[in-house]
Write a protein that binds this ligand. Structure first.
Ligand code: PXP
Length: 249
């Protein structure tokens, strides 16, 4: 198993469930993918139980909790239903993400500053239950300060805008987004928050993020599951691990 110099790779297996659900049957099994990811060097597994259950389902979370030897990072919206599920399973980490039914993926970071009171009360029982609470946010100082004030231990910086700019060939925006991520990773770390990052990362975009010394974990899903079609899941993950380690060195 991988954990090298502190930069962990969390593999998100949501889209194995997306393919399974396209036919409504039992295959491909996200738990099998998660076990394979563990063997391939994933330091953790991430799964997002959405309100509409469009990919991961309740039974998947149950099966992952039973099967995994690495920690589960349970992504969820800040709803009462999800809080109950998280408190029942007590995963290693809970990552609070914004969720809109109509979106294709998690489009932005959580608006923590406007919801500070509510979120502080919301995460308290999760922390008390022993879960590390992570908040998925944009690289924005106001949101990071609010995440710190509500008692989150971890923030996950949204790398989507940086990755989109890269894909569009918009190098000016890419540089500006990377600058924000760099500054805000350092800012959050100085506040005492553990810093994670993720969303949209690929072989082409991972290295500048992996090189940020404050970043302790990357959560990567869609690209890896797609790449697995061409080279298999184990080599796809091994290549990501290699790129991360090279950037870190
Ligand atoms: N981190 C968070 C908080 C996410 O919501 C997602 C997407 O579910 C990811 C990381 C992984 O993003 P991607 O699938 O684009 O690699």
């Amino acid at each position: 198993m991988a954990a090298t110099d502190g930069l962990r790779l969390g593999v998100n297996i949501d889209h194995v469930a997306t393919v399974r659900n396209a036919r409504g049957g039992a295959v491909p099994d996200p738990v099998r993918a998660a076990k394979l990811a563990e063997e391939a060097g994933a330091d953790g597994i991430t799964a997002h139980l959405r309100e509409d259950r469009r990919h991961i389902g309740d039974a998947d979370i149950e099966a992952l909790m039973e099967a995994l030897s690495v920690p589960l990072n349970f992504e969820m919206a800040a709803t009462e239903e999800m809080q109950k599920i998280a408190l029942r399973h007590r995963p290693h980490a809970v990552c609070i993400v914004p969720e809109k039914r109509e979106e294709r993926t998690t489009e932005g970071g959580l608006e923590v500053a406007r919801e500070e009171n509510h979120l502080a009360h919301y995460i308290a029982p999760l922390r008390d239950a022993g879960c590390r609470v992570s908040i998925f946010i944009a690289a924005d100082q106001r949101q990071i300060e609010a995440a710190h004030r509500i008692g989150a231990q971890v923030i996950e910086l949204h790398t989507g805008a940086y990755c989109d700019a890269h894909a569009d060939g918009d190098m000016a925006t890419r540089a500006a987004e990377l600058e924000k991520l760099t500054a805000m990773a350092a800012f959050a770390h100085d506040l005492g928050l553990e810093v994670h990052a993720g969303h949209g990362l690929t072989y082409d975009t991972v290295q500048p993020i992996a090189a940020l010394p404050e970043v302790m974990e990357l959560n990567i899903g869609h690209f890896l599951i797609g790449e697995a079609i061409f080279r298999g899941l184990t080599p796809a993950i091994a290549e990501m691990r290699r790129l991360m380690d090279a950037a870190r060195a």
